[in-house]
Design a protein around this ligand. Structure first.
Ligand SMILES: Nc1nc2c(ncn2[C@@H]2O[C@H](COP(=O)(O)OP(=O)(O)OP(=O)(O)O)[C@@H](O)[C@H]2O)c(=O)[nH]1
Ligand SMILES: [Mg+2]
Length: 306
């Protein structure tokens, strides 16, 4: 896993390195000279903001670093950041691993705006969970876009898992059917695909709430994972999406897609700090196997390896 993760994070990692400052600006001791220190702190803040950790977190960390002379060297900056990254990711209460209990029905409710990568994620996840020996059912509750069910059916076929689709039906009724079917056929996991775009935000939220209600009524005993899929290339927009979906349904985690094309992996820290939400899955390409489970320590290490 480490190699692909490293490749996927190469752009983010590159944006956090300090090579340009190293040679000319450190004293023999390896420390920054006083006049270069300010410049270096500013450059660091810039880098953090560009990697999308967020302005608040970037300035908080830089202010802390300013008061810690033992870290005032190119290598020291790296050490300081690494400590901060690790401690932020370790303080979350929610688990990074998907909540799956083999003795129960597990429902993974996948939400997110149009084009974020929900359907692709479900295909990849179905493939992986099936390989791990789970009996997986996909529920095609995105009935908004005409081709959505077909696209999901292709993924279900690739992953060789069952799918429930009822074209033109109400999403909540598809979920109702899927839960009934899963209980009758002993499926351990239901993956629910949802629409990313409705006529307006109010409709989208109402629809999501209705779906959540049906899940909770029809399968109160199930483990429920409420994931928001975020496109890593969208940067700060992802933060407002997280706010809206978290307020609407109470998320349990994030799936960050398209990390392969992004230098903005720092969003993981912004989300952890702002919403106390773990990133659980990472999409690293368009193929069925391009999915990584998020492990905080491996993620941080990958950011600091060349
Ligand atoms: N490079 C890359 N592309 C991805 C990844 N995940 C999804 N995509 C691409 O992003 C595009 C949109 O993905 P979908 O899975 O259809 O997104 P969606 O959220 O289901 O979109 P709607 O159903 O329209 O709301 C597709 O072209 C995918 O191939 C990823 O991890 N990396
Ligand atoms: Mg879709």
């Amino acid at each position: 896993m480490f190699k692909t993760l490293k490749q996927a994070l190469a752009k983010t990692a590159q944006s956090l390195l300090f090579k340009p400052l190293t040679a000319q600006s450190a004293e023999n001791s390896g420390k920054f000279t006083p006049n270069v220190l300010e410049e270096a702190l500013e450059a660091l803040e810039d880098k953090l903001i560009r990697a999308d950790v967020g302005i608040d977190l970037a300035s908080l960390w830089v202010e802390e670093l300013r008061k810690e002379p033992q870290f005032h060297a190119p290598q020291g900056f790296q050490t300081f950041l690494k400590l901060k990254f690790h401690s932020l990711l370790r303080q979350l209460d929610m688990p990074y691993a998907l909540m799956i209990d083999r003795l129960k029905l597990n429902i993974i409710f996948v939400t997110g705006v149009n084009g974020a990568g929900k359907t692709t994620l479900i295909g990849k996840l179905a493939f992986r969970l099936k390989a791990e020996g789970h009996h997986v059912l996909i529920a095609a509750a995105d009935t908004y876009r005409a081709a959505a069910e077909d696209q999901l059916t292709v993924w279900a076929e690739r992953a060789e898992v069952d799918i429930i689709r009822r074209d033109h039906a109400d999403p909540a009724s598809i979920i109702f059917d899927a839960i009934k079917h899963a209980k009758a056929e002993q499926h351990g996991i239901i993956l629910i695909d949802t629409a990313g775009r409705l006529q307006n935000k109010f409709n989208l939220i109402e629809e999501l709430r209705k779906m959540r209600r049906i899940i909770e009524e029809q399968a109160p005993e199930a483990t429920l994972e409420k994931l928001l899929v975020l496109d890593a290339t969208t940067g700060q927009n992802a933060m407002s999406q997280a706010q809206i979906f978290h307020d609407a349904i109470g998320l349990t985690g994030i799936a960050l897609t398209k990390l392969d094309g992004s230098a903005k992996g720092g969003i993981v820290f912004n989300i952890a700090q702002t919403y106390q939400l773990p990133v659980k899955l990472m999409g690293t390409g368009e193929k069925i196997s391009d999915l990584e489970v998020f492990e905080p320590d491996a993620f941080v290490e990958a950011l600091f390896t060349e």
